[in-house]
Design a protein around this ligand. Structure first.
Ligand code: AMP
Length: 169
């Protein structure tokens, strides 16, 4: 199946000059969404994860069904202030300013094999930060995957792990 047919291009969103790759048509089509999750499962299964980590917020949409498909657990990597209870944080630099992401402090036990997921890999900053945070928590991060990779931004270079994507632009 050509998954690109189910990705909508939205120019100048959320800012002028950004071409937003919208997976909503893929989510809306049961066959395309099933095909996408099955294809991601093929990419991720060789890493034998105990747990999948989804990055807020479209990463959650990808990760929850994939965890069911692979028969493993699912944990959330969220922006600061969204998770209840004690958390572990990581602050990383953006082009202007910085951002902080968090996980719950009991979300991952030491040595657990984790694979990280998101919808889109752009500059790779978010994914690299999530990997750093998970390692801080003691996870053995084995790989990462996304539905879409924006290859011209070379985000893959910032990810020091096996990385896979279903669709490249
Ligand atoms: P980055 O840290 O630059 O790799 O940005 C990754 C995050 O921003 C991901 O969580 C994506 O959901 C989102 N993102 C960045 N660029 C785009 C884009 N062109 N289309 C859709 N989502 C994007």
């Amino acid at each position: 199946m050509d998954l690109k047919k189910y990705i909508r291009d939205v120019p100048d969103f959320p800012k002028p000059g950004i071409l937003f790759r919208d997976i909503s048509p893929m989510l809306a089509d049961k066959d395309a969404w099933r095909a996408a999750i099955k294809a991601l499962a093929e990419l991720v299964r060789p890493h034998k994860p105990d747990l999948l980590a989804g990055i807020e917020s479209r990463g959650f949409l990808v990760t929850a069904p994939l965890a069911l498909e692979l028969g493993c657990g699912f944990m959330m990597v969220r922006k600061r202030g969204k998770l209840p209870g004690a958390t572990i944080q990581h602050t990383y630099e953006l082009e202007y300013g910085s951002d902080t992401i968090e996980i719950q402090d009991d979300a991952v036990k030491k040595g657990r094999r984790v694979v990280v997921l998101d919808d889109v890999l752009a500059t790779g900053g978010t994914l690299a930060a999530a990997i750093t945070l998970l390692r801080k928590a003691g996870a053995e991060v084995r790989g990462a995957a996304c539905i879409i990779e924006l290859t011209f931004l070379e985000g893959r270079k910032r990810v020091d792990l096996p990385f896979g994507a279903l669709v490249q632009y």
